[in-house]
Design a protein around this ligand. Structure first.
Ligand code: NAI
Length: 409
């Protein structure tokens, strides 16, 4: 359990894995000065030493934050994952220590949408196979089976952040855009929603998948529905590798039922660039294969640097946990002329009562109070008039079940 007050120059921020300099700039611009940066991921003893007195850490995908690492970081207030995924962190262990984990799920939306747009143009012109042939000394000069994007129909499965951006870019090229989503989504531009996936498959010249990985999206394109596609349709998947049944796609490519595909994500992906990639799709010149780089651009990295650092600064400055992946989410206003007390505890009956009894006994005037719970954790934020709060904090931390308490001046 830790009790800390906000003293920005004493707060230690440790950033690993060459996180974009925008992250450090966000902290510095807000008055934080103790920022340690490592260009690579650490592990073992080196990592334990590096986090020992850190208040905030920033990682990308290679730094593994296990129970052991969390135990070695008693002052840790929050973790920023400067990427999309958070599998590298033991999220439950962090939550049980009262440590929220933040990430940047949408900073690379535009990068994915632009890649998809490029792939649509290349596949409609048959460029992947013409390019592959040219590399082998063959000259496939022909206009047959080469099309403009203008006037073609794009079907988007999953009309969220990436799906909507892709739709807008496609409309700018004069494409007709239809989408299918399990939620009622507001149509952007002139896009039309359809009521079923089959309807979308039947209407579209190109179908692109932008859904999350869930039990419902597993093998969304499969042996039962692939027949609903138009002859010669194009398939694009830059979402998750499990969304398309690869052997079914393979058969459709072999038979010529579809004219090409672009696949960025695979059911099994190599662990690192040193591991070999294998897929039955490598046999097809008319399939663009990319190594899960849909969102990998320098602009996305720069945006991620800002987005995650902003979330950590907000949490540090005012306790806001919006966007935390393992924690109660509380959006908080500023606390001018008040002291804000953050109390993180096991979600057990009676703790809020105990907290308020302490405020009451100290005659502290509560001006606002926020409570959220999430998977066994309770988070109470209390704004009180500035008076005798220093005496209060040790009492609050003594409440059984308390994981962490902080006061923000
Ligand atoms: P999002 O959450 O903004 O949008 C997903 C949409 O899919 C939502 O509108 C949701 O309602 C819809 N959806 C969920 N289940 C569905 C179902 N069963 N049927 C139809 N629609 C369904 O997500 P975002 O940011 O647009 O990302 C989409 C996908 O792209 C995710 O899988 C994400 O992991 C992946 N991604 C891949 C990247 C890459 O490098 N290739 C980079 C970034 C994201």
């Amino acid at each position: 359990m830790t009790v800390t007050s906000l003293n920005k120059e004493k707060i230690k921020i440790v950033l690993f894995e060459g996180i974009h300099e925008n992250a450090a700039n966000v902290f510095e611009d807000d008055g934080y000065s103790e920022i340690i940066r490592y260009n690579k991921a650490l592990d073992g003893r080196e990592l334990l030493d590096a986090v020992a007195d850190a208040n905030f850490i920033g990682i990308r995908s290679r730094t593994k934050i296990t129970q052991e690492v969390l135990d070695a970081a008693p002052k840790l207030s929050a973790i920023g994952c400067y990427c999309i995924g958070t599998n590298q962190v033991d999220l439950a262990a962090a939550r049980n220590k009262g440590v929220p984990v933040f990430n940047a799920p949408f900073a690379n939306t535009r990068s994915v949408a632009e890649l998809v747009l490029g792939e649509i143009l290349l596949l409609l012109r048959g460029i992947p196979e013409k390019n592959a042939a040219a590399h082998r000394g063959q000259w496939l000069k022909s206009a047959s089976n080469a099309y403009e994007a203008r006037g073609k129909t794009l079907g988007i499965v999953g009309y969220g952040h990436i799906g909507t951006q892709t739709g807008l870019l496609a409309e700018a090229l004069g494409m007709h855009v239809y989408f299918y989503d399990i939620l009622k989504q507001l149509s952007l531009g002139n896009a039309h929603s359809v009521n079923s996936l089959n309807e979308l498959l039947e209407k579209s010249d190109i179908v692109t998948f932008h859904v999350p990985e869930t039990p419902h999206t597993r093998n969304m394109l499969n042996a039962d529905n692939i027949g609903h596609l138009k002859q010669g349709a194009i398939i694009i998947n830059a979402s998750r590798g499990t969304v398309i049944d690869i052997p079914v796609l393979q058969s459709a490519l072999e038979s010529g039922a579809i004219r090409g595909a672009a696949i960025d994500v695979f059911p099994i992906e190599p662990e690192s660039n040193k591991h070999e990639f294998s897929s039955p799709l490598t046999a097809f010149d008319n399939v663009i294969l990319t190594p899960h780089i849909g969102g990998s651009t320098l602009e996305a990295q720069a945006n991620i640097g800002i987005e995650v650092a902003d979330k950590l600064v907000h949490y540090s400055n005012n306790g806001s946990t919006m966007g935390a992946v393992n924690f109660p989410q509380v959006a908080l206003p500023t606390h001018e002329n008040k002291h804000r007390i953050l109390h993180i505890h096991k979600n057990e009956p009676g703790i809020l009562t105990r907290i308020n009894e302490i405020f009451s006994a100290h005659k502290s005037n509560i001006s606002a109070q926020y409570l959220q719970t999430h998977e066994g954790i309770g988070y109470v934020v209390t704004d009180i008039d500035k008076d005798n709060e220093k005496d209060i904090l040790p009492l609050l931390k003594d409440i059984p079940g308390t994981l962490r308490a902080r006061i923000l001046f």
